[in-house]
Each structure stands twice: as structure tokens, then as C-alpha cells.
Write a protein that binds this ligand. Structure first.
Ligand SMILES: [Zn+2]
Length: 937
């Protein structure tokens, strides 16, 4: 039935398309070489040069935790861990060390994930300069596919690591979802196969049980090798054949069969509560069969994807608009058609709402009512025009940037093609096809498809609430939920009316200003324009992304200009401005007016600056400039959106003390800034002193004088094309002729040795440590490079000592930076470690020891790996527009060229010079802040 609808929609397309009697297949992109070995192994190989000189390697398997037997629960994921702990060609930790020697970091570029029905490993951003290194990466894939050693001792060590990962993921959502799953999936393994598994299995399984899973499921006929990047396709294909053809598959090996999710005739009602849950959520799922992989090969599937996407978007826009009504029972709500949570064999149209206090059942009624309203009356033509325009402009953006599609994007596409037969046409084909089809699908046709997605009966309905548990609260019963649904079904409905403001963003254009002078920068080659109103504009056209222009404007001032009575206003400044209107448009009207446009802008304050940031595609450049103009001249009050924001903040902040994470970050900020109220994170009682009018006044003050601003514009644009926009919208901005605001040093990072250790009572014990070492400094490229290197070096050391050797934490790391936000630059090194509570003393000791050791002696080999990584990374970073926005800023503000001498500075690092730097520049300040949270006994 379902396929017929989408096939019928295809009939609306031009004759050329439909003259064929057979549904036309979606052609596979010819630029990827796809093949299959006799043993069933599939491969995808593609030459791609974005980014240049690197390649990505993947192995995807169509098995996961759903294949586990009861005695194996958690072992699919455990096995994934063992893939980094010894294999035929990479013993012990050699794999991680080998990848590091290529500048490939464990955790980011070397990683894997296990989900319910897939397990995917990857080595990414491997430099392609040496063929031997690439060949070794193929060997890594080979080892993963069938060469894991699964050494007994390594298994013992890894039990703790996985247990720590479980602890890290534990929280109210995890607890409730684990309890809810069996009720969501009665009679299906989906209810009892969360990948993290059972700790009783993780702690006690016998190595041979793990081996059994490995041998049974990791086989060529379940695997795909994917290689994308600056590689030789023929050579790679040859290597795949050599390495993988010899692997035999037992003819009696079990087939992977899709796990079904049975229909439910009666509605299912689920209620779960937890003491650490802070915000209630009401959910409704309308289940329907997922599109089968074999049904995704033909053109009607592209229509299906399009129709489902526009339906979700139109539905969401309605829910969003409803929050404008002060009487709306929810703070936020969404609806979309997706997988039924974990299942790939069942989809659901799913509704999620965050109710206002005490209005949970009203929220449920409203969600069901809106679904019924759509089902009865459909969407309007104007709603559809906007959704279609958004869909087409997103696609056009991709198409425009088709020469710059990344290895990551191709890698994910091929993975999804292998695992679930998602189509992989070339972007040209996809773009042309949709361009041809979408305009021929009218809103009536989309409305015809609605009953395939949204249903109005008990069959396949699943209703769920997740709630905060506390003394004195009452909770809905199953009867209450049933009654709330019944109430919606009994209502008489009227059709939705779409109110649209049909006028240009700026009804009367300002008087144009002029470009009064032009010069070219000698270091980076950008053009500097002086405008008639005193503003400065820097232009740097680039080719990094064909679909992106970035604008970043700033002037001195920021938060530092304001004192204590404005602290609470400043803390929510960005959020409040973000829900305000512009020009003659309320926030909602503005969103409607911007449909189909890829342009946005926002303003924000840092300690010492006011910023305006904006993005657009080359096509929507003028809209971007109009938004910038309006932020400077005409932000208007949207009282309804503001009230809704305050309600959301109230809900989010009210029960802060229930969440260990929130309590910890509150303590951290307080300790770090010596309880300076300027930096305290907002509390619920602060909301009463927020003043919308005052926030708008601050915005007007900060953006009243365009002459103080420098606007840097980087990206794909043509100078002659952009200049008229600059004269029209930037040179016309008001300027006062005042001098820029004076900045005082407002930052007060705690000095000396400060330790804050406290305990927190929680449902599942949590222990976290952060160590901060800092010192005042001056800004030089050398200092910045050294801080970055120290952070990376410590991360490596902590991973080895804390996670691998002692199993005292699942994740841990450090980051070093040269902070420029305040008038006095600072060296700041922060180490982070969510600990195993039983081993907190060991973890903290190792955090300290790591730093101490680095200040005395650094292993030259480790440092070399850090340097290799930095040298490779700069080539990737320097091909992004944002990198240049930052580099130009640092050059103009601090006179430091971060680009030209970067590699030289990295190469000059020695173990001695770095140790000395840590000793004499960082630790000598004596500033060391420690914030440790331990569970209450
Ligand atoms: Zn894991």
C-alpha cells in the first residue's frame, strides 16, 4: 500500500520520467568503485581530494548487540573495545601507537561504535604521503575483520574500562530507558539488547564466549571495506583482493535476519520516573513499517524521503508557533517520522513535548489533537511552499559545494548504502531529479500521503511519559493517559490558518554609504575597506567551500562595560536577543519570511567585545547583509517568545540541584572565578531580575556605533558583487563618532592553590575531577603552540596511565590554550577526568603526576607524535573559512601571524624546551585550581 502512494506521486512528474512502465532505478554514482569478493565481502573505494592528502578507512559490519545471546549481553560492544587491544599485526597497544605515528589520534580519528544492529570501525585523516602507511591501514582493517587476538589478560583489563564507560553513561535517561524498553518492544529482542549490556556479563564472561560471538558474526559476508580519499583506487582494490579473498566463510554460518517489532493492537502506555530527572517529557509514537532495504532502490524512494521530510518540517513549524500562545500547555514540542527508537525494522511518527508544570496530560491531548488536525485538514499551500523552498535550498547548497564533499560524508553514505541500502546517486543526479520532481508535487499530493505516516487509533499507538520523581508530586495513571488521548479524539476540529507577512525584510532601504578607501594587507592578502561611516571591512575570498560566506564583526566593549546590576541580563543576553523580532517582523514571522533562504545572523557579548556573526550561501548574501543591518538598527520586542523563553529557563534551572553534572559545573565556575557573581552560572532566582527592556537597551548601546566595528568577510564571493551590499547595508549603519569603549580587566581567575572537594548524593555514584593550572603571559605564536602541545601530550599520558593501566576512568584528557578573551592573555591548562569512584585517589594522583613529569622530562617519541599531529592538522584547519576569520583577528588585534611561522614553530619544539616552558612559564605562577566531586557515602 505504502509504496503505491509514493509511486503514484511520481506519476505527477514530467512525461519523460513516467513514460517508462517500470519504476526507474536510482543510478549509483559512477565515481565510486563498488565490488564484492567471492566470500561475500563488499568494498567501496573512491578517490576524493577534500580534504587534500588524507584518506579515511572504514570497516562496517551489519551485526551488533541484537545478535547477542542472553549470555553475551554487552559482548558486541566489548568486542569493539578489544579491537584496540591486540591483533595479529598490532600487538598490545601497538595499533594506537602506530596510528599516533601517522598523526591519527585515538578517540577522534581512530575510533569505533557499536549499536544495536551495526558495528563500524574507522581510521580517518591518514596522511597519504607514504603508500606504505596506507597499506598498513588496510592491514588494520584486515585485523579487525578476523585477526583479533582477544588475549585473556587484555580482556581482564578491559572489563574495568567498559564498566567505567557504563558508569559514565548512567543517569536518569539511561535508567528510565532501560526499564521502558521491554514495554516498548514486547516480544522483541529490541527490548533487551542495549549495546552496553549487563554488567554481570561484562564482569564475569569467559573469553571463549566472546570468541564465539566474534567468529560467528564477524565474517566477510557481513562486512564492507570503505576507503575514501586521496588514494590510488586500482592499487587499493588490488590490496582488498589480496588481503581479504583468502578469508573463508563457513557455509553453515547463520544468516543475519532482521529482528521484527510486532504490531500492537491495543495502545501501550508507559510511565517512568526518576529522582534525577529534571524536566518531564511526554511522548507519543504512531508505529508503521519501515521501508525495507530492497524498497529503496527506485525513484519513488526519493519522493518518499522528500515527502516525509516536508511533513515533519511543516508539523514542527506548527508546534513551534503554538508556543507563542501564553496558554499553550507545553514549553517545546516536536514531531518527526523516524526509526521507532532503536529499531530499523519499524518507523514511527513521533511526538515529543516538554509540558509546563502540572500540564502533562494537556500536553498529550494537544499533541494528539494537532496530529488529528493535520490528518483531517492537511497542510496549507503556503506552509508547503516554505517547506519545499527549505528542502530545495538545502539540496542546492549541497549541490553548489559538490566539488568539496568531504571524505567523512562519502564514508557515511557508503556505510549507509551497505547497511541499509540508502541510495548513493551522484549529487548532480540527485539535484536534477529532485529539481524536476518536487515542483510537480502539489500540497494535495503530500496530504494524500499523510495517513501512511500519521494514524488516529489505538493500533500501533505507544504513549510514554518520563517524569521527575519527588515527594509530594502526583503522577498520571494509565487511565489518565488514556483519557487524555480520548479527549483529543472527541474534539471538533477546525482547519489551521497560516498567517504570513508578505513584505520585504526591509521595507525602505537606508541611504547608501560609500567605500572611501581600499588597501591590500601584505601578510594574508585580504582587502581592507574603509567606509564613509567609519566602519572597517576586510574581504578575503576563498575556495574552501563553494556554498559558504562567513561574516564576523566585532568592536571593543562587551560585558566589561556593565556592572553588577546587569549581570543577570548579560547572562541571558544572547538567548533573549535570539527570540526577539527584527524590523517589522516578530520572531515567528521572521522565520516564515526566511523560508528557503540560507542566511542567518546573531549577536553576542564576550567579556571585552560585542560580536555579530553571520553565515550565508553566495546566493543569499543580500539577505545576510539585511539581517546584519537590522541587528544594528531595529531589534524589536517579541513579548510572547520572551515569556516562553523565561518559562523554559525556569524549568531548566529550577531543579538544578538534582543533577550531579549541573551541581559540578556550578561549583567549578564558582571556584575558578573566586565566586565572582559576574561568572556564576544563572540560578532560577536570578530570572526574576531579568529585564527585557534593559537587554534591548544594552543591545542598542553596544551596536550604536558602527565606526568602532571591524567586519571580516571570508568565503565564496566575488568582490565586485559584494561591494554594493557593503555600501547599502554596512556603510549605511549609524555611527556616533565616539571613541571605542575602554576595557577594564574584569576577569578574576582564582590565584594560588585552591582546592574544592565536595560530596554529592546521587542515584548512581559519580566522581569527577578537574585540574586547572594557569599563568598570565604575553601573546606569542610560540606560547600558543606550546600550550596546545602540552595539552595533547598530557592527554596521551593520562589515557595510558589512568584509563589503560589503572582503569580509573573511562575518559580523561587535557587541553592547553592561550586565552585571549581578557586584556591580559593567559596560559590555561585544564585536565578533565570523570573517575571510577573507587579509584578516585589513584586518578587524582595520576593527574598531578602527569603534569609534574612533563615539567621535568618529556619522552621524545611522544612529543614527535604530537608534532606530527599538529603539522597534519594545520593543513586541514587552514582550509576552512573560520580559521582565517580567527587568524586575521589575531594578526590585527595582537600583531601575531599565526599562519606563516606555524610549522616552523612546531618543528622547533624539543622535549627540553617544552619541559622548561611548563616549569618556568606555567607552573611557576603557583596557580593551581582543583575541583573534585565524590559520591556521598
Ligand atoms: Zn565503549
Amino acid at each position: 500500500m505504502k509504496k503505491l502512494i509514493f509511486a503514484a506521486l511520481l506519476l505527477l512528474a514530467p512525461v519523460a520520467m513516467t513514460a517508462q512502465t517500470q519504476m526507474p532505478p536510482i543510478p549509483v554514482d559512477e565515481a565510486v568503485r563498488i565490488g564484492k569478493l567471492d566470500n561475500g565481502l563488499t568494498y567501496y573505494i573512491r578517490h576524493n581530494e577534500w580534504p587534500e592528502h588524507v584518506a579515511n578507512f572504514y570497516i562496517a559490519q551489519r551485526v551488533g548487540s541484537i545478535q547477542e545471546e542472553e549470555s553475551q549481553r554487552g559482548l558486541a560492544h566489548f568486542l569493539e573495545h578489544m579491537a584496540f587491544n591486540g591483533s595479529e599485526h598490532f600487538k598490545g597497544n601497538d595499533l594506537i601507537e602506530f596510528c599516533r605515528s601517522l598523526g591519527v589520534e585515538f578517540g577522534s580519528d581512530l575510533n569505533a561504535y557499536t549499536s544495536i544492529d551495526q558495528t563500524v570501525y574507522r581510521v580517518c585523516n591518514v596522511p597519504t604521503t607514504r603508500q606504505s602507511a596506507l597499506d598498513s591501514c588496510m592491514l588494520v582493517l584486515k585485523d579487525w575483520s578476523n585477526g583479533l587476538l582477544l588475549d585473556k589478560e587484555e580482556i581482564v583489563k578491559e572489563r574495568d574500562v567498559v564498566h567505567n564507560e557504563f558508569r559514565l553513561g548512567e543517569g536518569p535517561s539511561m535508567r528510565m530507558i532501560t526499564r521502558a524498553l521491554p514495554k516498548m518492544y514486547p516480544g522483541s529482542k529490541y527490548g533487551v539488547r542495549m549495546p552496553i549490556g549487563l554488567m554481570s556479563v561484562i564482569d564475569n564472561f569467559k573469553p571463549k564466549t566472546l570468541k564465539k560471538y566474534y567468529q560467528r558474526w564477524y565474517r566477510p559476508d557481513n562486512q564492507a571495506i570503505i576507503v575514501v580519499g586521496d588514494i590510488d583506487v586500482d592499487h587499493t582494490e588490488q590490496l582488498v583482493k589480496e588481503l581479504f579473498s583468502g578469508i573463508k566463510v563457513n557455509p553453515k554460518a547463520p544468516k543475519v535476519v532482521a529482528e521484527p517489532v510486532p504490531d500492537n493492537e491495543e495502545a501501550i502506555y508507559i510511565f517512568e520516573k526518576d529522582k534525577e530527572q529534571r524536566v518531564n517529557q511526554v511522548l507519543a509514537f504512531m508505529k508503521h513499517d519501515a521501508t525495507k532495504p530492497e524498497e529503496k532502490s527506485n525513484m519513488d524512494y526519493l519522493i518518499e524521503v522528500y515527502v516525509k521530510q516536508v511533513i515533519s518540517q511543516m508539523f514542527n513549524a506548527r508546534l513551534q508557533e503554538m508556543t507563542n500562545d501564553p496558554d499553550c500547555p507545553f514549553l517545546q514540542a516536536m514531531g518527526s517520522d523516524e526509526n521507532y527508537l532503536l529499531a530499523h525494522t519499524k518507523d514511527a511518527f513521533q511526538l515529543v513535548g516538554v509540558p509546563k508544570e502540572g500540564r502533562d496530560m494537556e500536553t498529550l491531548t494537544t499533541l494528539i489533537r494537532e496530529a488529528r488536525r493535520v490528518l483531517k485538514y492537511g497542510f496549507t499551500a503556503t506552509e508547503y511552499e516554505r517547506a519545499k523552498a527549505d528542502y530545495l535550498s538545502s539540496l542546492e547548497k549541497q549541490y553548489t559545494n559538490r566539488a568539496r564533499i568531504t571524505n567523512d560524508a562519502y564514508g557515511n553514505d557508503y556505510r549507509d548504502h551497505f547497511l541499509s541500502n540508502e541510495p548513493i546517486p551522484s549529487i548532480e543526479t540527485l539535484y536534477q531529479t529532485i529539481q524536476m520532481l518536487a515542483p510537480n508535487i502539489p500540497v494535495e499530493a503530500v496530504n494524500i500521503a499523510l495517513p501512511e505516516i500519521i494514524t488516529d487509533g489505538d493500533k500501533n499507538l505507544v504513549v510514554m511519559e518520563w517524569a521527575r520523581e519527588a515527594d509530594g508530586l502526583t503522577y498520571p495513571t494509565e487511565q489518565d493517559m488514556q483519557a487524555a488521548v480520548a479527549k483529543a479524539r472527541a474534539e471538533e476540529l477546525t482547519a489551521y490558518v497560516d498567517n504570513v507577512k508578505d513584505e520585504p525584510l526591509i521595507s525602505e532601504l537606508p541611504e547608501k554609504g560609500a567605500i572611501v578607501s581600499e588597501s591590500t594587507d601584505k601578510t594574508f592578502g585580504y582587502k581592507e575597506l574603509k567606509l564613509s561611516n567609519g566602519a572597517t571591512v576586510l574581504l578575503m575570498p576563498t575556495d574552501y567551500k563553494d556554498d559558504e560566506v562567513v561574516l564576523n564583526g566585532w568592536a571593543m566593549g562587551g560585558n566589561s562595560v556593565y556592572g553588577e546590576k546587569d549581570f543577570n541580563n548579560l547572562k541571558v543576553f544572547g538567548e533573549v536577543i535570539g527570540v526577539s523580532g527584527l524590523g517589522n517582523f516578530t520572531h515567528t514571522e521572521l522565520e516564515k519570511a526566511l523560508a528557503g533562504k540560507k542566511a542567518n545572523a546573531d549577536i553576542s557579548l564576550s567579556d571585552t567585545r560585542q560580536y555579530i556573526g553571520a553565515h550565508s550561501t553566495p546566493k543569499d548574501l543580500e539577505t545576510m547583509f539585511q539581517l546584519v543591518y537590522l541587528y544594528f538598527t531595529n531589534i524589536n520586542k517579541d513579548e510572547k517568545q520572551y515569556q516562553n523563553l523565561v518559562n523554559i529557563l525556569d524549568m531548566a534551572l529550577k531543579n538544578m540541584s538534582l543533577s550531579p553534572d549541573m551541581v559540578y559545573s556550578d561549583s567549578l565556575t564558582n571556584t575558578l572565578y573566586g565566586h565572582n557573581p559576574r561568572y556564576q552560572i544563572p540560578h532560577v532566582e536570578d530570572l526574576s531580575s531579568i529585564d527585557y527592556d534593559r537587554i534591548l537597551e544594552i543591545a542598542r548601546e553596544r551596536y550604536r556605533n558602527a565606526a568602532a566595528f571591524t567586519f571580516t568577510i571570508v568565503g565564496k564571493f566575488d568582490e565586485q558583487q559584494i561591494k554594493p551590499f557593503i555600501e547599502q547595508y554596512i556603510a549605511s549603519l549609524p555611527a556616533t563618532g565616539e571613541a571605542p569603549d575602554a576595557i577594564s580587566d574584569i576577569e578574576t581567575l582564582a590565584k594560588g592553590k585552591v582546592k574544592n572537594q565536595f560530596t554529592m548524593k546521587a542515584e548512581s555514584p559519580k566522581a569527577v575531577a578537574r585540574e586547572i593550572w594557569w599563568a598570565n603571559t604575553n601573546y606569542t605564536l610560540e606560547n600558543a603552540v606550546k600550550m596546545d602541545a602540552v595539552g595533547q601530550l598530557l592527554s596521551m599520558i593520562y589515557l595510558k596511565t589512568i584509563r589503560e593501566d589503572e582503569s580509573a576512568a573511562y575518559s580523561c584528557g587535557a587541553a592547553g590554550q592561550l586565552q585571549l578573551t581578557s586584556p591580559q592573555p593567559k596560559l590555561l591548562l585544564m585536565a578533565y577526568c570523570p573517575m571510577n569512584p573507587d579509584k578516585n585517589e589513584i586518578a587524582v594522583r595520576l593527574l598531578h603526576e602527569g603534569m609534574e613529569n612533563v615539567s621535568k622530562q618529556i619522552d621524545p617519541e611522544q612529543l614527535q607524535k604530537v608534532k606530527d599531529y599538529m603539522l597534519k592538522q594545520i593543513d586541514i584547519d587552514a582550509k576552512t573559512n573560520n580559521y582565517w576569520v580567527g587568524a586575521i583577528d589575531k594578526m590585527r588585534t595582537n600583531g601575531v601571524d599565526v599562519y606563516h611561522d606555524y610549522k616552523k614553530t612546531v618543528e622547533a619544539l624539543t622535549p627540553e624546551s617544552l619541559s622548561k616552558f611548563v616549569r618556568e612559564k606555567l607552573l611557576s605562577s603557583g596557580n593551581h585550581i582543583e575541583v573534585i566531586m565524590l559520591p556521598e557515602k
